[in-house]
Write a protein that binds this ligand. Structure first.
Ligand SMILES: [Zn+2]
Length: 244
């Protein structure tokens, strides 16, 4: 029998400024699907005891550096540390071009490898399936100068979960909240209004109110001051695993 549970292991929970020494935000679903590739991704996977070579997919929300610039290190590991199976990289348009440009610049020869990369660039409303992870991309409101800003509606082992990526509070986020059994939401500060982000005081109560009464909310992309007593809500901690 499949286990019908969702394990989310946070390889980092910090926002772009990594205040308090938090690692930049990212998490692994059921030890196989990595959401975001923050600069510390490889170090954090190693520290969390997750073999980077068993990561089947990397799912990117957008191309800000705290979400994306860890990919060259992952590719370096996969090239030199025995990866034999293909990896799928899911992300907004321009993901392949940017990764190749940056990766080849900082590690020449990075893409002369054997294991194979499947690039899956997605736009709003597109679906993608990798192994037993089903994804639907959702457009959120963050930085219009990037190619696209995505959140994801996902299903894994029978559990529906959502991930907001980085975004201001918008209808797409509330819609994600309504449909998810588990929602991983950015919460970039406690009460400081940060443009095109959500904060704990002004935004998260609205997101929480949109969720079903049995659903769970996980806050990430935080600062150390973010603490909450909202029911069925947890502020993710670096290297912790949460089972749903
Ligand atoms: Zn961002």
């Amino acid at each position: 029998m499949p286990r019908m549970s969702l394990d989310l292991t946070f390889i980092g929970t910090g926002n772009a400024f990594a205040a308090g020494g938090l690692c930049w935000n990212g998490f692994v679903a059921n030890e196989r699907y990595l959401f975001e590739a923050p600069p510390t991704a490889l170090m954090s996977l190693n520290r969390a005891g997750i073999d980077p070579n068993v990561v089947e997919a990397v799912v990117l929300s957008h191309h800000h550096g705290d979400h994306f610039l860890g990919l060259p290190f992952l590719l370096l590991h996969w090239k030199h540390r025995g990866r034999e199976t293909p990896v799928t990289i899911v992300g907004p348009p321009e993901t392949e071009r940017l990764t190749r440009e940056i990766g080849e610049t900082v590690y020449p020869g990075l893409f002369e490898s054997e294991f194979g990369i499947e690039w899956r660039e997605v736009a709003a409303g597109d679906s993608a399936t990798v192994g037993d992870l089903a994804l639907e991309a959702v457009q959120v409101e963050h930085d219009d100068r990037l190619s696209l800003n995505l959140g994801y509606r996902a299903r894994l082992d029978g559990i529906r979960f959502g991930y907001t990526g980085d975004t201001r509070r918008c209808e797409a986020v509330l819609d994600l909240a309504r449909g998810a059994q588990v929602l991983v939401s950015e919460c970039a500060s406690r009460d400081t209004p940060i443009p095109v982000h959500m904060n704990l005081v002004d935004d998260i109560p609205e997101v929480h109110a949109a969720m079903a009464s049995t659903s769970r909310l996980v806050l990430t992309h935080v600062t150390p001051e973010v603490e909450t007593e909202l029911p069925r809500t947890v502020v993710a901690k670096d290297y912790e695993t949460y089972r749903f």
